[in-house]
Ligand binder design. Sequence first.
Ligand code: NAD
Ligand code: DAU
Length: 338
Amino acid sequence: MNVLVTGGAGFIGSNFVHYLRRERPSWKVTVLDLLTYAGNLKNIAELVEEGSVRFVKGSIADKELVDDLFKGTKFNLVFNFAAESHVDRSIHGAQVFVETNIMGTQILLDAARATGVERFVQISTDEVYGSLGPTGFFVETTPLNPTSPYAASKTGADLMVLAAVKTHGLEAVITRCSNNYGPYQFPEKLMPLFITNALEDKPLPLYGDGLNVRSWIYVEDHCAALLLCGEKGRSGEVYNIGAGADGELPNIEVTKTILSILGKSEDLIQYVADRPAHDRRYAIDYSKIKSELGWEPKISFREGVQRTVEWYKNNKEWWQSVKTGEYLKYYEMNYANR
Ligand code: NAD
Ligand code: DAU
């Protein structure tokens, strides 16, 4: 089995590559990644060095490179993680989100179709549904109503995937997962930003009233769901993936959990101006993937956060080397004057 993992040097992609090595050791895995600010070859370095994963540096939006790659290797399965993934960055500049998330996905779809890929998995997000009020859940038929440029670009990609299935008979599934956390997450997202800031005794900038609710899932649970969707999901279907009630928490509770595990003071919490068009609440109904494919999340929120905090405590060199240069400029731009 020849598998292409795009974005495999990023957070979820690299966790997925490690997961595949453990669960499907005979598969031949190729990673295609542009190594943007969010990509880090260190995340999969030992696998690349030992030769069990092939790494190709390049963009999914580079048609010539993608076409050559697909012609050179007959991929059976493609997992498309590659994306610009941060909502705040999409508010500051949306163009690259359209280029990578929509154009890049279309270029992959065309190459997959031309070379007879057996299954294409589009890693999408619950953010395509927009925001919930105080009650209810996202189901796969919830109308698409994205708010941020990031979410709009992911919605565009989803629609192109479905069009490729309906028009050309491509075998593809779409997964829509909620907020992931775990090792190797770039410290611009809430969980790693707050853990690493707390470790440095820096303020934790909480947007608005801190009561926006997210559904927090440990990354390994997401990886298990993705492999199942790749192997057994039905083509043309969407599968929601989430953590259930245990992971549904307002940001202030997530922040307090991190601080209590680290033994740090809540005085580090600093309320700052809200994100524009900040989605209020996400909650996932994952009964479809549960009943069709037998998937359920296994790792509780408390255990997942403990594991994650431990990882950041033990891998200071990893995040300290990232919290420099471009990151500091971004941090200043996003948080100054808030
Ligand atoms: P990430 O930002 O950590 O990683 C993205 C990876 O894609 C990086 O390695 C980056 O170098 C690479 N990349 C960016 N542009 C590229 C391009 N043009 N060509 C090739 N590679 C490129 O993102 P993540 O959090 O790991 O998210 C992975 C995927 O999962 C995304 O598609 C995202 O929309 C989706 N998703 C994320 C979450 C979450 O909570 N993080 C939840 C649901 C879905
Ligand atoms: O729901 C899935 C999505 O989850 C993915 O599609 C995205 O790629 C991923 O980035 C994530 O999006 P969010 O915007 O929910 O994640 P983020 O970590 O940026 O923010 C989580 C919550 O925390 C959100 O309500 C905004 C808030 N927040 C975030 C940051 C970075 C803060 O209060 N302060 C912060 O500094």
